[in-house]
Design a protein around this ligand. Structure first.
Ligand code: MEV
Length: 424
């Protein structure tokens, strides 16, 4: 096998598939599929496209955000995420949210500066000129967005003083990477002239500290199972505040739902992840993204805050029909609204995980939901799956060998019934 695959990128999709078959001696019928995405869209989205991987989309129910009922599509491969998310929303008293404008930071790094003091003076004096120069006549600017400010921060590098330029761009309904990178590249030559240095890097920062989102809700103590469970829940939260090992898993649970909504809506979930975890450690040691407290009535109040950049226009959202349908299903029209719903999803997900952890434990519920998965792996047909899962749960034997035995018994029974002479 020759991994160079010379000229591979010039081939059509079907030619690439043929080349892979002949190189490896295998055919890949499941991988060489494009589903609703379609071959043309896939080929336009990435390089060397040969197929796609499907992830199920489930609907998280019971969400009421700022008084509006919402159905939330989640694209995820992990059992129990959709159920846990729905449960967190169902038990809550509805979510309220707020968000900052969609301001992203673009960074330009200026190096090889001879006189950094003079450079900073020149740059600060030219701020309005630079903001004007940053304007690119884009749709975003027509909608009131675009570059809002430019800031200069000295960095004390080994070889001398560098200048880190922050370009603040309101990306309105776009995630913003393309817009921001374009702006950075556009103003870099003028930054070089003004500073006498060299623009070494020109790129968006995924730590979108000016684009924060917040969501809040409460859960009655009765919905948790009593006052004792509220106290246990708060101990679970304090554990995450005290231990970065727990905080990481705590935040992973939050991202289970948020990433799933990002994926369903065609958003860059790596950017969402990067920003969330960087925010969790911004200005302090790594911490949980949610906060909880007991209300005077003894109920549980929860809040999430994080820096979050998602879009409803641009990027893959437009090309991907399923992403468009997800946005339609959500019934939202702005990036800020999407970010706010995403924060609610994270909060609901976190509530359910911690609630399960401090009460019956995570495995029992997880395995119950995982039973269908095990039944499928054991060879159950679509018609048999629910029954096999039900029997495994009722016998408290959720494992593949029991599933196989159950399938065999069901089939034998079915055959027996079918072979019975009519009328007897
Ligand atoms: C599993 O995907 C997520 C959890 O580990 C989250 C948590 O522990 O809070 C259950």
């Amino acid at each position: 096998m020759d991994s160079r695959l010379s000229g591979f990128y010039r081939l059509s999709v079907s030619e690439r598939q043929k080349a892979l078959k002949s190189q490896t001696g295998h055919s890949f019928p499941s991988l060489f599929e494009f589903g609703s995405l379609g071959e043309k869209a896939a080929d336009s989205m990435i390089e060397n496209a040969v197929g796609s991987v499907s992830v199920p989309v489930g609907i998280a129910t019971h969400f009421v955000v700022n008084g509006k009922s919402l159905l939330v599509p989640l694209a995820v491969e992990e059992t129990s995420v959709v159920a846990a998310c729905s449960r967190g929303a169902k038990l809550s008293n509805g979510f309220t949210t707020e968000s900052d404008p969609s301001v992203m930071i673009g960074q330009v790094l200026l190096v090889n500066i001879v006189d950094s003091r003079q450079a900073l003076l020149n740059l600060n004096a030219a701020r309005s000129e630079l903001i004007e120069l940053a304007r690119t006549n884009s749709i975003i600017e027509k909608l009131g967005g675009g570059t809002k400010d430019i800031q200069f921060h000295p960095l004390h590098a080994r070889e001398g003083v560098w200048i880190e330029v922050h370009v603040l761009v309101d990306c309105i309904d776009a995630m913003g990477a393309n817009t921001v990178n374009t702006v950075c590249e556009r103003i870099a030559p003028r930054l070089e002239e003004l500073s006498g240095g060299v623009a070494r890097m020109r790129i968006i920062s995924n730590l979108c500290i000016h684009r924060k989102v917040r969501a809040r809700t409460t859960w009655s103590k009765e919905s948790l199972g009593g006052a004792g469970v509220v106290d246990a829940f708060l101990q679970g939260i304090e554990f995450a505040q005290l231990s970065p090992f727990r905080a990481t898993t705590h935040n992973k649970g939050i991202m289970n739902g948020m990433d799933a909504l990002a994926l369903a809506t065609g958003n860059d979930w790596r950017a969402v992840e990067a920003s969330a975890h960087a925010f969790a450690a911004f200005g302090h040691s790594y911490a949980p993204l949610t906060r909880f407290h007991k209300t005077p009535e003894g109920n549980l109040a929860g809040e999430i805050e994080l820096a979050l950049a998602v879009g409803t226009v641009g990027g893959a959202t437009k090309i991907n029909g399923a992403a468009q349908d997800s946005l339609k299903l959500l019934g939202i029209s702005s990036a800020r609204e999407l970010a706010e719903v995403m924060a609610c999803v994270g909060l609901a997900q976190n509530f359910s995980a911690v609630h399960a952890l401090v009460s019956e434990g995570i495995q029992k519920g997880h395995m119950r939901l995982h039973a269908k998965n095990i039944a499928f792996n054991a060879g159950a047909s679509a018609e048999e799956m629910d029954e096999v899962a039900r029997l495994m749960i009722s016998k408290d034997s959720i494992n593949e060998s029991f599933a196989r035995q159950t399938i065999a018994e069901l089939r034998a029974l079915d055959k027996g019934i079918k072979n019975k002479p009519v009328g007897k």
